[in-house]
Design a protein around this ligand. Structure first.
Ligand code: BGC
Length: 839
């Protein structure tokens, strides 16, 4: 590196950096090796020259690997590497192992392999799909800076294999660990261990060997919080049931076990305790809804009396309760922890309300979201499913993008979408697709939705560029489908999945058409972001014309002019076209009024929608200025409602349920930790906190530079801060912060119920211009105030008076009455603002 200093002199410094292994040839001379289905411990020894002090271990193992160097675990990843379509793409992880090396002497590497999604081991007994008969396999390369040849690498001749202490492992069923075997193998991953009885590892010959091997560039799965039990039950002699107070994804860790050699300690996991109709309320766990997943870990004691610890390695459970049996004396609470485990996403935004129920819903959304990212977004973490269901992720993408840093995970997952794209251009129901073809409308939509979401919320257009051609094929397929069926016969799939019984789902063709139109709208924005591709403009034009045709056909086909509503009048059927903005102006208020009437009057304030309809309904209510209706729905605690989940006496939800009526439904499809109804989470940020992007990634056009001059010249704001629901349904305050690539936007508003003073504090990050909508009318206060009658201050100085903007306050560039006359919109520069108004 060379730089010019302030005094004009030049300074040079040498900096070195390591790259990943970018080409298949970089892996030479390593090979994929295996010990077979049962011999899953692999080891080797190698000399390390005295001058080798900086070293990197590149390692991949499928299903999963755990590597140890000189007897110590390398890194802190769990269930590594991430899930892909292994025949097409396999990830590797890189670790700086410099401090673990012993230069100048013999070193040892030991790797334990798990089945994961790749293999089912020697005795499957699992309903897990797509278990290859292939055994787990390993690829590894250890290189040191300045040393020409690798210090170690996976190769048939130099590695040995043995059975290990993990005698059974399955994601669905759990793990069996025999600590007697572990004791006999003590020191196996250190130098000098006698592996004379071990077999030779052999070359693996699976289809995965031809896959692209690329660096895992997203957060690993890690052990995160360790939750102590909140309470312990004893439903029968020798049966302890620990309640960790939180439904989650993870494993249970036991410590200090005193047990005899060969004694089995069994841990079973469950989301809920038994209650009618499943059985008596006797404190026992209910596992019916885990279906074929046994979710049972068995630890066999070594019995040396020193106190034994166990945390499973190659499995994962979805649970709130753990039942422990097989111990002579009861386990003390400090001997057991629930270890939260999932892709280590960082939460980068937060929101909090003055209403406890809303906070509990948000809590359930956060836990539901993070426990459903296990290297790919999943439907659920507990039953025999846990797949990368795409519809669930498409719906909740906005919620996830607000709450967590999803960039890396979505980017890798989109690569797998492209790997598995159906021959006709369609995308899949779940990804990895496990051989499936084109997925259902609204499910396959995850492909454009995630690309659109990364662009909209993070300003990240790299996926739009990378998958431009795959998207082109995706849209060609949609066009062909619509051309052959029209709206009337459009593909249906799952429809508006899991509506609350006894309500009907509505017209599945209408719901399928919603997917088409929504995909087209996102597609236009996506293609607009790739001006580097010559055909982008033509693509956009084609989508726009298809959208116009499809929207017109939608209206003609599904609108009942005599009745003034779409379809059979269901909430979903009205919410979808309103959400899309395709309802002709002439009938828009009729349709909207019907929706409100159906919610408030016909259904007593309840939703009748499934996972897609509820998202649309909440959004369209707020967009039309009726956040009060949405809040009333959310304040309910009777069936069906979010509050019903949160306050249910038998099983108060700490994550979002799969079904509105989970506690009374059978085990067939009934998880208590599905994220697909978690869409309310993005509505919280958009409408109650009121923060939305007005440009991709909240980013101002470069030229705007957030100056007053730029604003005067008409530069558009790229951030909108416009909270709604002020004072409605007892909501008196909301606060939080929202990640943007420019820096956080913070908002805190409070409405004093007696003085009617509204305070709205917000900070806008550097370089942005924002429009802050300060309400001048809160319906709960009675008749809206007239704009001419209110005075709005910022930092105590008037910025709006006598119906006019008052210039002069630093950073507040302009103010104008909003289109609905319910707020004054101020355009502001970066900075902190404290607006106040009396309503
Ligand atoms: C999954 C869902 C998924 C649905 C589609 C279920 O089994 O758990 O989340 O979207 O199937 O049919």
């Amino acid at each position: 590196m060379e730089g010019t200093l302030a005094d004009g002199s030049t300074a040079t410094q040498t900096a070195t950096f390591r790259t990943g292994l970018l080409n298949p040839g970089d892996w030479s001379p390593s090979a994929w090796i295996t010990g077979g289905l049962e011999q899953t411990l692999l080891r080797t020894e190698f000399a390390v020259p005295a001058d080798a002090t900086t070293a990197t271990l590149y390692v991949s193992g499928i299903g999963y690997f755990e590597a140890e160097l000189n007897g110590v675990k390398v890194g802190d990843h769990q269930l590594d590497v991430g899930w892909t379509d292994y025949t097409k793409r396999v990830y590797y992880s890189s670790f700086d192992v410099s401090s673990m090396l012993k230069p100048g002497s013999s070193n040892a590497l030991g790797v334990s392999l798990g089945n994961g999604w790749w293999s089912c081991g020697p005795s499957p007994g699992t309903t897990q799909p797509h278990c290859a008969a292939d055994p787990p396999q390993l690829r590894l390369l250890l290189v040191a800076d300045g040393v020409k040849t690798p210090l170690a690498y996976s190769a048939a001749g130099t590695w040995k294999a043995s059975k290990g202490p993990i005698t059974y492992n399955s994601l669905y069923n759990g793990e069996h660990y025999d600590a007697r075997v572990a004791a006999a193998l003590a020191g196996w991953s250190g130098a000098g261990f006698d592996d004379g009885t071990w077999a030779a590892a052999t070359n693996a010959t699976s289809a995965a060997n031809g896959a692209v091997i690329s660096s895992q560039l997203f957060e690993p799965i890690r052990h995160l919080a360790r939750l102590p039990p909140a309470s312990v039950g004893l439903p029968a002699a020798g049966v302890q049931v620990f309640d960790f107070g939180q439904n989650m994804a993870g494993v249970v860790a036991l410590t200090g076990l005193k047990c005899a050699a060969g004694q089995n300690v069994t841990i079973r996991h469950a989301e809920v305790l038994q209650h009618p109709p499943y059985g008596p309320k006797d404190g026992n766990i209910y596992v019916g809804n885990l279906r074929g997943a046994q979710a049972t870990d068995i630890y066999t004691c070594r019995g040396d009396g020193t106190g034994e610890d166990y945390t499973p390695t190659f499995t994962q459970h979805g649970f709130r309760y753990a039942e422990v049996t097989g111990l002579g004396a009861p386990l003390m609470p400090d001997q057991i922890r629930a270890v939260e485990m999932h892709t280590a996403l960082s939460q980068h935004s937060a929101v909090e309300f003055g209403t406890p129920l809303l906070n509990k819903i948000q809590h359930a959304v956060l836990w539901g979201q993070k426990s459903n990212v296990m290297s790919v977004p999943t439907d659920c973490p507990q039953r025999d499913e846990r797949r990368g269901w795409t519809g669930d992720a498409a719906l909740t993408a906005e919620e996830a993008l607000y709450n967590y840093g999803m960039g890396a995970v979505y980017s890798h997952w989109l690569d797998v979408f492209a790997d598995d794209q159906a021959p006709n251009g369609g995308s899949n129901d779940f990804v990895p697709a496990l051989g499936g073809g084109e997925g259902a409308p609204n499910w396959q939509s995850a492909f454009p939705t995630l690309i659109w979401g990364l662009l909209t919320y993070y300003g990240d257009g790299t996926m739009a560029t990378k998958h431009f051609d795959a998207l082109g094929k995706y849209y060609d397929n949609l066009e062909a489908e619509f051309n052959s069926t029209g709206a009337k016969g459009f593909r249906t799939g799952y429809g508006d999945w899991v509506v609350p019984p006894p309500h009907p789902m509505g017209d599945k063709h209408l719901i399928g058409m919603f997917a088409l139109l929504h995909d087209l709208q996102m597609g236009e924005a996506i293609f607009a972001s790739v001006p580097s591709r010559a055909e982008a403009a033509a693509r956009r034009a084609r989508l726009a014309s298809l959208h116009a045709r499809a929207a017109a056909d939608f209206h003609t086909t599904f609108y009942d002019a005599a009745k003034g509503y779409y379809g059979s009048g269901l909430q979903t059927e009205q919410s979808m076209p309103l959400y899309l903005g395709i309802v002709p102006v002439a009938v828009k208020s009729k349709v909207f009024d019907h929706l409100v009437h159906d919610i408030e009057v016909t259904n007593g304030g309840h939703t009748t929608s499934g996972i897609i309809g509820i998202k649309c309904a909440l959004e369209v209510l707020s967009a039309a200025g009726r956040t009060d209706v949405a809040l009333r729905m959310l304040a309910r605690t009777d069936y069906p409602s979010y509050g019903f989940m949160i306050t249910h006496p038998d099983e108060p939800a700490t994550t979002i349920w799969e079904l509105w009526d989970s506690p009374t439904e059978g085990p067939g499809m009934n998880s208590r930790n599905h994220i697909m109804f978690g869409t309310v989470g993005s509505w919280f940020y958009k409408w109650l906190l009121g923060v939305t992007p007005l440009a991709p990634g909240y980013a101002p056009p470069v030229a705007a530079a957030a100056t007053a001059a730029a604003a005067a010249a008409g530069a558009n704001s790229s951030i909108s801060v416009r909270p709604s629901g002020l004072g409605e349904v007892n909501l008196t305050r909301a606060s939080g912060s929202v990640y943007t690539p420019l820096g956080d936007v913070t908002v805190a508003w409070a409405l004093n119920a007696s003085t009617r003073r509204l305070d709205l504090n917000t900070t806008i990050p550097p370089t942005a211009l924002a429009t802050v909508g300060v309400a001048i009318a809160a319906p709960a206060a009675g008749a809206p105030k007239r704009a001419a009658d209110v005075t709005i201050t910022e930092g105590g100085h008037p910025v709006w008076k006598d119906g006019k903007f008052v210039p002069g306050v630093a950073g507040v560039l302009s103010g104008a009455l909003s289109a609905d006359a319910k707020a004054v919109d101020f355009q502001v520069q970066a900075g902190a603002y404290a607006f106040a108004v009396s309503l």
